[in-house]
Design a protein around this ligand. Structure first.
Ligand SMILES: Nc1ncnc2c1ncn2[C@@H]1O[C@H](COP(=O)(O)OP(=O)(O)O)[C@@H](O)[C@H]1O
Ligand SMILES: [Mg+2]
Length: 256
């Protein structure tokens, strides 16, 4: 269980995250949704201790994140970084193997796990295992990032726009396989996206950030039924419009 209590981060006059309180229950995937600069990445990095909060606390299963060493908590968490997060000098397979190697898994188990994960994210192990990150497309790098985060079967997952650079068809396929992985593993964690459609599709609950502040938390149905204010309504507008266009187009296509 992840509990954020009045978590804040300021950079000089900029308040990136403003007294954010939020609880993620075990087995729950909560989506942080908001426009660019709303504080999503900063929040996620504070949960992994990559950024020190200016105020507030993070509790993991009731224990303060800062009571133990940072490495101990990082090993329990899988993290998919926004943008380029692979080690450029390591091959794809070595990138995926980083955490299992740190944890001292036997080499045969690591090798089997690497191939299993490459299959899972739809990259042929024989083709991609020994490539370097700069020999991959942006979308392929993101898939390796997801595989790496899942590698050591983490209890907690932090995902920062993991499908951001994918073309729509690939994104759709990966979202569906992600949903399967999630149900199978019962993932607990935080998933960051600026894409409300993605959140409506995949989230247990959605937490909407605006200017570093949490302005609404609820299920997709709750947000759609009663958006708390203009910023939430604005984020819901694109998926609503798409749904309307699709409904109209399919009605027009029906024989009269
Ligand atoms: N290292 C930093 N120094 C100064 N300002 C920062 C730093 N990192 C983030 N910010 C600011 O904090 C705000 C939130 O950033 P971020 O968490 O990256 O947003 P998001 O991930 O939602 O796009 C933005 O206004 C950003 O400019
Ligand atoms: Mg970000």
């Amino acid at each position: 269980m992840i509990e954020l209590r009045e978590l804040s981060k300021s950079y000089g006059d900029t308040t990136a995250v403003d007294r954010l309180s939020l609880t993620v229950e075990r087995g729950e995937l909560v989506f942080l949704v908001g426009g660019s600069g709303s504080g999503k990445t900063t929040t996620l990095k504070m949960v992994n201790r990559l950024i020190e909060p200016s105020g507030g606390r993070v509790l993991i299963d009731g224990e303060d994140l800062h009571d133990g060493p940072a490495w101990a908590i990082r090993r329990r968490m899988g993290y998919v970084f926004q943008g380029i997060g692979l080690f450029p000098h390591l091959r794809v397979g070595e990138n995926i193997a980083v955490t299992p190697t740190l944890l001292g898994w036997p080499p045969a188990r690591i090798a089997a796990r690497v191939d299993e994960l490459l299959e899972l994210v739809e990259l042929d192990p024989g083709v991609y295992r020994d490539r370097r990150p700069d020999e991959l497309s942006g979308g392929q790098r993101q898939r390796v990032g997801l595989a790496r985060a899942l590698a050591a079967e983490p209890e907690l997952m932090l995902l920062d726009e993991p499908f951001g650079a994918l073309d729509p068809a690939t994104r759709d396929r990966l979202q569906r396989s992600f949903q399967e992985i999630r149900e199978r593993l019962g993932l607990t964690g935080l998933f960051v996206t600026h894409d409300m459609s993605e959140a409506l599709l995949l989230a247990d609950r959605i937490a909407v950030l605006d200017g570093g502040r949490l302005i609404q938390v609820g299920s997709a149905a709750e947000l759609l039924a009663a958006p708390a204010g203009a910023p939430v309504a604005a984020l819901l507008e694109a998926p609503r419009r798409q749904a309307r266009i699709l409904a109209r187009a399919s009605a027009a296509g029906e024989p009269s």
